[in-house]
Design a protein around this ligand. Structure first.
Ligand code: ATP
Ligand code: MG
Ligand code: MG
Length: 358
């Protein structure tokens, strides 16, 4: 009997005796395979979509197709890693009850899980910025949300309040300090709401998952090649992409680090992000958006802290954990990073100002 991957390959015209497949990459959401075809100098990426996270994968297929068509028409040189349709014409054939997609494997590319040089932050910010720039005239309302409310801070705050109201007393006691911190920073929600509907703070087509492993680098030159992982390409604010780069690039350690002395901002990475991003988006952002550059980091870090805390209070139903208090540790970690943004506010803002005017 053929394996599921073989059945999927057949949908694209490749028989089981023509192909080899192996698990590939370090993605956490989907299952990713590298597919090699005998006698062809081509490789493909095959991915099954995680339907616990993406309730309707065909929304992703449609969004990526619309954006791919737009970019091909307007910027034919741009390297966009869209889906390759199956023989049936479907972008995401259903095989054994699961949706799959194929994309071309980008040769001589490498993805990293952590950054080891500010240049990588610059390259990534430039690439994510370029995608937003090329889509700045694309109508974002054409895109449907693949995860409704994904970066909606009001929703995340309400979910935290609800979890707090319903949590077991023991959990509330253990998390009391973090709950207090979450409540005392609700001014971040109010601040966002005071801008949310401003015409100078428009919805744009955003990537929404700008961690470094979603960027491909050229193995030889180490230059940024292209962005990948377009599952959350949908309408949002520019702060989603820029803020998530700040959240995930400026600190040398991830949200899983329990030693809080290691959680601090590497200013040179911050500067590299701003320079790379503004190289592309500097001519696109409105003055209001430019005023919100530093806020983008605070917004994303606070939202992520709320999400970890909410999950802890709900009994760890969303984020996988390897020990019981892990979501609380992640919360403490993100609040530490947030406090770094506040305590270094002056220097960070002066870097933003310098980059804006250089
Ligand atoms: P995440 O945990 O970020 O949501 P994911 O499960 O959605 O990840 P992807 O990021 O799409 O999966 O892919 C996982 C990894 O596979 C990438 O980090 C990269 O190493 C590799 N990869 C994906 N697409 C390609 C491609 N077209 N060419 C080369 N490598 C790729
Ligand atoms: Mg990824
Ligand atoms: Mg992904």
């Amino acid at each position: 009997m053929s394996s599921t991957v073989e059945k999927v390959a057949e949908k694209y015209g490749y028989s089981p005796d023509q192909i080899q497949s192996q698990k590939f990459g370090t993605g956490h959401i989907n299952s990713t395979y590298l597919l090699s075809v005998d006698g062809e100098d081509k490789k493909f990426i095959l991915q099954s979509i995680n339907q616990n996270v993406f309730k309707d994968p065909l929304i992703i297929a449609q969004n990526v197709r619309l954006v791919g068509e737009y970019l091909k028409k307007n910027y034919p040189e741009y390297l966009f890693v869209g889906s390759i349709p199956a023989l049936s014409g479907e972008e995401m054939p259903l095989v054994d009850g699961v949706y799959w997609r194929m994309s071309r494997f980008i040769p001589n590319s490498v993805a990293y899980d952590t950054l080891s040089d500010p240049k990588q932050a610059f390259e990534a910010a430039e690439q994510f910025g370029r995608l937003s720039k090329l889509l700045s005239r694309f109508d974002p309302s054409l895109l449907r949300p693949s995860i409704p409310g994904f970066h909606d801070l009001n929703l995340r705050y309400d979910q935290f309040k609800e979890a707090h109201a319903n949590a077991e007393e023991g959990l509330k006691l253990k998390a009391s300090h973090q709950i207090e911190t979450a409540l005392s920073h609700s001014f971040i929600v109010d601040f966002f709401n005071s801008y949310k509907n401003s015409p100078d703070f428009p919805d744009r087509a955003m990537h929404h998952d700008t961690k470094i492993s979603n960027m491909l680098f050229d193995k030889t030159t180490n230059e940024g090649l292209c962005v990948i992982d377009l599952d959350t390409l949908m309408a949002g604010k520019f702060i989603s992409d820029l803020g998530d780069m700040m959240r995930t690039y400026v600190c040398a350690f991830s949200e899983n680090e329990a030693d809080m002395d290691k959680i601090f901002i590497r200013v040179e990475y911050f500067e590299a992000i701003i320079n790379g991003y503004l190289k592309e988006m500097g001519s696109i952002l409105t003055n209001t958006e430019k005023d919100l550059i530093l806020f983008s980091g605070k917004y994303l870090i606070y939202m992520q802290a709320l999400r970890f805390l909410t999950d802890y209070l709900n009994g760890n139903v969303y984020y996988p954990i390897s020990y019981p208090e892990q979501n609380l540790v992640r919360t403490v970690n993100q609040f530490k990073l947030l406090s770094e943004f506040f305590s270094k506010e002056k220097i960070l803002q002066s870097i933003v100002d310098k980059c804006l005017h250089s």
